[in-house]
Design a protein. Structure first.
Length: 454
């Protein structure tokens, strides 16, 4: 059954990748894959021979547990997409686009990538990708050009999220558990993350001609009754709401989705008040209920299917066994993390990081003195801000850029811009890999340099 689950996962993954030749929407393939794998797992449990230590009560409990984790992501995504859409329909992004006067492709690409890089460290890479794609639509009309820019936004967002404790789900996991600190990430992961973005950015820049981008009319999306001050207010309220989500989490210790829904509810109240005191034709009102109808539900369902499929790999021990094999056969924290980063472009990085955290408990420096010198030296990689945990935050975050469905940012951009999987594989994946390896090499050089100076 384990082999069958692995084979079905690979076939389902291929169906997603070959969406256009097969003429089957990737969301349908992802949903079918996720539900089929759980059905196969249930059949194995019911047989009593394949998984003798499990029963249907445990399986149903696992489904509820995984759906709880997945729902946190989905509701966060729904809340963030609604806030971004609310800003967009009221012309809020014109506050930014009107200030971007350059029409040179190279200059615009560099500007958008650096804005994405630093914004993702504050907003998280998922929210930032949504914001930047909406902004991109205001600047570039040609779809294939947007694919190039959108792909670099994915790389910049993932690289930007890797060096911040709130920039990526995996860094949040490591930070909350105490494996890494804010100071450790900032001092040791920031520069490698910049390198991982600069390498593909520099290469792609050489492929862009110097022609000025065709002018694109910038106006409020479908709502020309909104005044300039109203646009500014919706933009400020929306962006501040997103910025306050990590602050809300830090103060309350509640999951991020509660924060984003809390601020969405406040914006909902403000929007109701705004239209109740404004004489506007009902057809030209963009209250939250109407904004919700614009949310890309297929992207939400695609995300659900992928995460449910990966949950089966985690639940059956496939991911844990893979990580254990790497530890026993390789026994090198750099190679293990580089491999985990590459794997994170194929499967979701959350279960990979969770499996790694389960395999390697956080080491206590005081307890290492009783170990033999060689064992103590290796175990030092697993103390707080140890090499393994810092490098894991880089590899798991940046590695997802190598495939368009290897990260939450990639999945969202793929859904919003309908980026072709094969196109991304041919044109972007190798560049993302080069950036990933360059950043990894820079981190290893940093460690060597610090050790030499010490």
């Amino acid at each position: 059954m384990i082999i069958a689950i692995i084979v079905v996962f690979i076939l389902g993954y291929m169906a997603i990748a070959l969406e256009h030749p097969l003429k089957v929407d990737k969301t349908a393939s992802a949903l079918f894959l996720g539900m089929l794998l759980w059905t196969m797992y249930a059949v194995g449990v019911l047989s009593g021979d394949i998984f003798p230590d499990r029963n249907m009560d445990l399986l149903n409990g696992s489904i509820i547990e995984h759906m709880g984790d997945i729902s946190e992501i989905l509701f966060f995504l729904i809340g963030a997409m609604t806030i971004v859409e609310l800003i967009d329909v009221h012309g809020g992004f014109s506050v930014i686009t009107e200030r971007i006067t350059t029409r040179k492709k190279r200059k615009l690409l560099w500007l958008l990538c650096f804005v994405t890089f630093f914004m993702s460290a504050v907003l998280d890479n998922l929210t930032t990708s949504i914001v930047m794609v909406m902004l991109l639509r205001k600047l570039i009309s040609e779809q294939k050009e947007r694919w190039i820019f959108g792909s670099m936004i994915v790389i910049a967002a993932n690289s930007g999220g890797a060096w911040s404790p709130i920039g990526d789900i995996t860094t949040i996991m490591l930070w909350v558990r105490g494996n890494v600190t804010t100071e450790g990430l900032l001092s040791n992961i920031l520069l490698p993350s910049i390198v991982s973005m600069l390498v593909p950015l520099a290469i792609i820049s050489t492929r862009l001609d110097k022609a000025v981008l065709p002018p694109v009319a910038i106006s409020a999306t479908g709502n020309d009754t909104v005044t300039k001050s109203d646009k500014n207010r919706f933009f400020i309220f929306g962006v501040v709401s997103l910025l306050l989500v990590p602050v809300f989490k830090s103060l309350t210790h509640l999951p991020p989705f509660i924060g984003v829904l809390f601020f969405l509810s406040l914006l909902w109240i403000y929007t109701e008040y705004y239209y109740n005191n404004k004489t506007v034709n009902k057809e030209r009102e963009y209250r939250i209920l109407r904004v919700l109808s614009r949310i890309d539900i297929p992207t939400i369902l695609f995300f659900l299917g992928i995460l449910m499929a990966v949950a089966v790999l985690q639940e059956t021990g496939i991911l844990a066994n893979m990580a254990l094999y790497l530890d026993e056969k390789v026994h090198n924290v750099y190679i293990i993390n580089i491999v985990l980063g590459i794997l994170s472009s194929i499967v979701d990085n959350v279960p990979l990081v969770a499996a790694a955290m389960g395999m390697y408990p956080l080491a206590d420096p005081a307890a290492l003195s009783s170990l033999p010198a060689a064992e103590a030296a290796y175990a030092m990689n697993f103390v707080q801000d140890g090499i393994f945990w810092e490098f894991l935050s880089y590899c798991a975050g940046v590695g997802g850029s190598m495939l368009i469905i290897g990260s939450a940012a990639g999945v969202v951009v793929m859904g919003l811009e309908k980026i072709n999987f094969i196109w991304y594989l041919k044109n972007i994946s190798l560049l993302a890999l080069l950036g990933y390896l360059a950043g990894a090499a820079f981190y290893i050089f940093q460690v060597w340099l610090v050790g030499t100076l010490a």
